[in-house]
Design a protein. Sequence first.
Length: 184
Amino acid sequence: METSGGIQASLAGRYASALFDLARDEKQIDAVGRSLASLNQLLVDSREFGQLISSPLVDRNEAGKALSVVASELGLDPITTNFLGVLARNGRQGQLSQVIRFFRRLAADHRGETTAEVITAHGLSDDQIATLKTRLKARAGRDVTIDARTDPAILGGLIVRMGSQMIDASLKTKLNRLAQAMKG
């Protein structure tokens, strides 16, 4: 896995690599992936959960108890549940979002896919994601997993990062280029 070297350079990457290695050894990559997808959706949907994860005021024991309840409510697999406990005990629950992103990339590499990080101003529909996957697959020559997120600051359009390639078709960038061209 060529990606793992770059991923392991960060703290979240090391946690994601450890989680991936354990999931692979236990043949639970898909189960852990589904659990992480549930957690990621909760991060998107619940402002309170995001605050719990990112607040330095929540001590490790409280974070561990809260994450245990969340894991139970979401019906997460045992590996992910234990992993959340490790993050809380180490005071690293703030790394969860990055861990999820890196785990997805490692799982995609394991399946022979490539991951494209897609940033849009507004969420994409299922049809738009399917069309984007098809076009990126044609460009990459292999299956593509989309890691989509939103950033209203780009105003419109999209930014795609796939490996070392980046396609910036955001409205913000186009307006900045226009402004530079007008300055002469």
